[in-house]
Design a protein around this ligand. Structure first.
Ligand SMILES: Nc1ncnc2c1ncn2[C@@H]1O[C@H](COP(=O)(O)OP(=O)(O)OP(=O)(O)O)[C@@H](O)[C@H]1O
Length: 847
């Protein structure tokens, strides 16, 4: 039934009404398309052609109607001429769109009356747009062709312009805007409301975005804080782990040592002889390891130091004031006066070569019974000045500690979390002025801490006496080979190093800063701990006064060239010769080490002591040699490279064979402390210097320019810097020690360094400086047919160096052959008669 209704509904005679509408729609759309195409393909020249074609030509296949460019031929040319040229230019396309839209409406069977308002608005819009473009074309030459607006558009615009002049464009713009708004939404109020709403939405969105950004920022800051806290915790954990690992390693090492010792006692494997390179490399590696270990420990240094400090007082004036905790190091445990003497007595007995008595502790001046009191008033005042100054620069400090040392007090400031540490550093000069101090050193930050350190000199400084340092348990009981206790740190601890581990020292300081006292401290410490059999000094003193006191101990402790009259070298040429001789001694020692198949002097001497090394082959006990150069500048100025080269060579290679350099200068300029010298001296000491540049030359950083003289020093071994008050040893004390040693029998002569052969190739005059044992030695050598140093040593009861010198003279005289390493020299003279003949010839030559 319903089906029937459907089929019958709307049926008219012939075509169904709906179909009709659809057909109608399609036709209208097609007209719109044709209209559009004719408009789009408009060509101004087409109209003339179109006009020239007669109606009949249209049916003539040869007519030139094809010359018309318009896509719809002459018809299109006509239509587009009227619409585009005469009426509204290209805006006429709106007409085609209106027609097309109508067609679509009809096709969709909608009521086209609905389109009334839209049609009117579209036509109006088209006219307005063409007028607007016409105005622009006429008055702004844009676009430069009236084809966009048509003649009608330009004409209307011109009329409007004639009436309202420039107002015409404003009127047109406003009309355009209104039309556009009406097009978009015909309800203007609604449009305005919509626009308002859109603006509000936009504002809201912007606000939301801003809030989200702020939230993200806060979250990030929170995350960062958490990360920092986590990192700190990790660092703490790491430190603890490192300490544990270190302990474990130490235990393992000890265990290993024990095992090795046990294994060695069972059987001694035959090891291949190490090369010089291996020996140097090994000892460098050990140094590197030590430095790395120290670096790892540097982080824990502070806690170690702090643990030994005693909290003196907490000063807290006002309620809102930051309290300052004052710490004073409790100082090193003193040894019994007799302890060192007793130990030294035992040590002297172990070396039967000479009868020797170590200097007694009571030769040293006792420190005054009363130590310096901590001046709490001064600390309070300094704290006030520092905090006031920083507050004025808006730097907030949340905690402050004061560590009172013998020379300076270290104020540890803990800044508020948001304070930049570098900012505090920039006020160091201000603080120096405010505290009216001679020098003020900043540590920003204190290594391993998130605190800034300010070292302010104490108004009354405490002298650290050498006895306070030497007579401590730390020094007395140390098993270091060449221990040097420089003085006291800010925590009142004795600062001690083993010179063999450094392995050389470079010292700089302005005149009067305490260098000479420092060098005396080094020598004194060594004299109190080392037997003359194990230690020799080479002293170079171009200033001629500082080290002259040590002449007294030449037969015990000094090493020199055999032909030298002065045990303390003051002349540059002699200094150069001595340094070269030390290089030879170094090479000889490496040969000995190689022969003995050991890697360092310590193992060599141990092996020699047990009798494993044959004296016949030239093996001998090797004493450590400490070369002291007081004033490198004088030498460098006169001899330059000739001094620099042997120093650098020794510094580079001498560590394993027991030659250590202590080089001082008051001029730390780059032409004295050259790059080559600096590179080979990792351990450096700076006393007060004149400028920051000088400080950088010696320490690679500032700080030494802020020291306050009289033994106030900075020690840097490449792993960190320590401020020390150098122990004071007076000239009288040095004199007493030297006299005490000097009046003992000692050796017959100073330790002789090897003679350097003339490298011109000339054989030195064999009769010059000939040894009184020369003839006797020659006979011995010929009788035994063996040119060995140890033979002469044994038979003539002379020292190694002298025997070596005689062998060299025998070589020069043609009695023995050249040096052959580990085997004795060949004897070139067959028997005593031949020798006598040779000696007679030499006498004649001499005569
Ligand atoms: N550790 C110290 N404790 C107390 N006073 C010291 C200390 N070191 C040096 N002095 C004082 O400083 C003075 C100068 O010291 P010293 O002679 O060692 O300086 P210097 O650097 O060697 O000078 P120069 O280069 O002119 O020889 C000494 O006479 C002494 O009074």
């Amino acid at each position: 039934m319903a089906k029937k209704d459907l089929n019958t509904s709307g049926k008219t005679s012939g075509l169904d009404a709906n179909r009709k509408k659809e057909i109608m729609g399609i036709i209208v759309i097609s007209i719109a398309v044709l209209l559009g195409l004719s408009i789009l393909s408009y060509n101004p020249e087409d109209y003339q052609y179109a006009r020239s074609i007669s109606f009949l030509d249209l049916f003539n296949p040869d007519a030139n109607s094809r010359l018309v460019q318009n896509w719809l031929g002459p018809v299109g040319a006509y239509i587009s001429h009227y619409l585009v040229h005469s009426l509204f230019g290209y805006t006429s396309i709106i007409l085609a769109l209106i027609v097309g839209y109508h067609g679509w409406h009809i096709f969709r069977r909608r009521d086209i009356r609905e389109l009334g308002w839209l049609t009117v608005l579209s036509v109006w819009g088209m006219i307005l747009l063409s007028t607007f473009i016409g105005w622009l074309n006429a008055h702004a030459s844009f676009p430069d062709d009236s084809i966009w607006s048509g003649t009608a558009g330009v004409a209307i615009a011109q009329v409007l312009y004639n009436i309202t002049n420039i107002g015409s464009i404003i009127i047109l713009s406003v009309l355009m805007l209104i039309t556009l708004l009406m097009f978009v939404d015909r309800d203007l109020q609604k449009t305005i409301d919509n626009m308002k709403l859109w603006m509000e939405n936009l504002q809201e969105k912007l606000d939301e975005r801003r809030a989200a950004r702020q939230l993200r920022k806060e979250e990030k800051a929170k995350e960062r804080e958490e990360r920092i806290a986590q990192k700190r915790a990790e660092q703490e954990k790491k430190k603890e782990e490192q300490a544990a690992q270190k302990k474990q390693k130490q235990e393992e090492k000890e265990l290993q040592k024990k095992e090795i010792a046990e294994a060695e006692s069972e059987e001694e494997p035959v090891k291949p002889a190490p090369s010089i390179d291996e020996i140097v490399e090994k000892s460098e590696e050990q140094d590197r390891e030590k430095r790395e270990q120290e670096k790892a420990e540097a982080g824990t240094l502070d806690t170690r130091q702090r643990a030994t400090l005693e909290k003196e007082e907490e000063i807290d004036e006002d309620e809102d004031d930051i309290e300052v905790s004052v710490y004073v190091g409790k100082g090193e445990e003193q040894a019994d006066e007799k302890d060192l003497d007793k130990m030294n007595k035992k040590k002297a007995k172990e070396v039967p070569v000479i009868k020797y008595k170590f200097p007694k502790v009571d030769l040293l001046d006792p420190p005054p019974a009363e130590g310096n009191e901590v001046d709490l008033e001064e600390i309070k005042e300094n704290k006030r000045i520092i905090l006031d100054k920083l507050k004025r620069h808006k730097i907030e400090i949340v905690g402050i500690n004061a560590i009172v040392g013998p020379t300076v007090t270290l104020y540890e400031l803990e800044p508020a979390p948001d304070v930049k540490i570098s900012k505090i550093e920039s006020y160091s000069n201000d603080l120096k002025m405010a505290t009216a101090s001679k020098g003020l050193r900043m540590l920003s930050p204190i290594p391993g801490k998130s605190a800034v350190g300010i070292e302010v000199p104490n108004s009354t400084r405490e002298t650290v006496y050498i006895k306070e340092v030497i007579n401590t348990k730390k020094f007395v009981e140390t098993d270091m080979t060449l221990p040097v206790a420089f003085g006291k740190t800010i925590e009142n601890e004795v600062f001690m190093i083993d010179l063999t581990k450094m392995p050389h020292l470079l010292i700089a300081g302005a005149t009067g800063s305490g260098k000479s006292v420092g060098i005396n401290t080094i020598i004194t410490c060594l004299l109190y701990k080392c037997h003359p059999d194990n230690l020799k000094f080479v002293m170079v003193d171009p200033k001629k006064i500082e080290l002259s006191l040590y002449r007294n101990i030449q037969n015990h402790f000094l090493a020199m060239l055999p032909d030298s009259d002065e045990p303390i070298i003051t002349d540059t040429t002699k200094a150069q010769e001595t340094l070269e001789s030390l290089c030879k001694e170094m090479d000889d020692r490496y040969d000995l080490l190689k022969m003995a198949m050991v890697r360092d002097i310590k193992s060599y001497n141990e092996k020699f002591k047990t009798g494993e090394l044959d004296e016949e082959l030239g093996h001998r006990h090797l004493p450590y040699i400490v070369v002291i150069i007081d004033e490198l500048a004088d030498l460098m100025m006169t001899a330059g490279k000739q001094i620099e080269e042997p120093i650098a060579r020794l510094a580079q290679l001498a560590r394993a064979i027991g030659i250590h350099l202590v080089v001082a200068t008051q001029r730390p300029s780059v032409n004295v402390i050259t790059g080559t010298i600096k590179a080979n001296f990792p351990a450096r000491i700076a006393y007060q210097v004149a400028s920051k540049v000088d400080s950088r030359t010696i320490l690679d950083q500032g700080g030494a320019d802020q020291l306050i003289g009289m033994g106030d020093m900075l020690f840097n071994n490449g792993t960190g810097m320590v401020r020390i008050q150098n122990a004071f040893v007076s000239t009288e004390e040095v004199e007493k020690i030297n006299t005490f040693i000097g009046q003992q029998a000692g050796y017959k002569e100073p330790f002789h360094l090897p003679i350097i052969k003339d490298d011109t190739g000339d054989i030195p005059d064999p009769l010059e400086d000939i040894d009184e044992y020369f003839e006797a030695a020659a006979k011995l050598v010929v009788i035994h047919q063996q040119g060995s140093v140890s033979l002469l040593q044994r038979k003539l009861k002379i020292g190694y160096n002298r025997a070596g010198r005689i062998i060299d003279q025998l070589f020069n005289a043609g009695i023995v052959g050249p040096y052959q390493g580990s085997t004795a020299r060949d004897v070139l003279v067959q028997d005593e008669d031949e020798l006598q003949e040779l000696l007679d010839n030499l006498d004649e030559y001499e005569g």
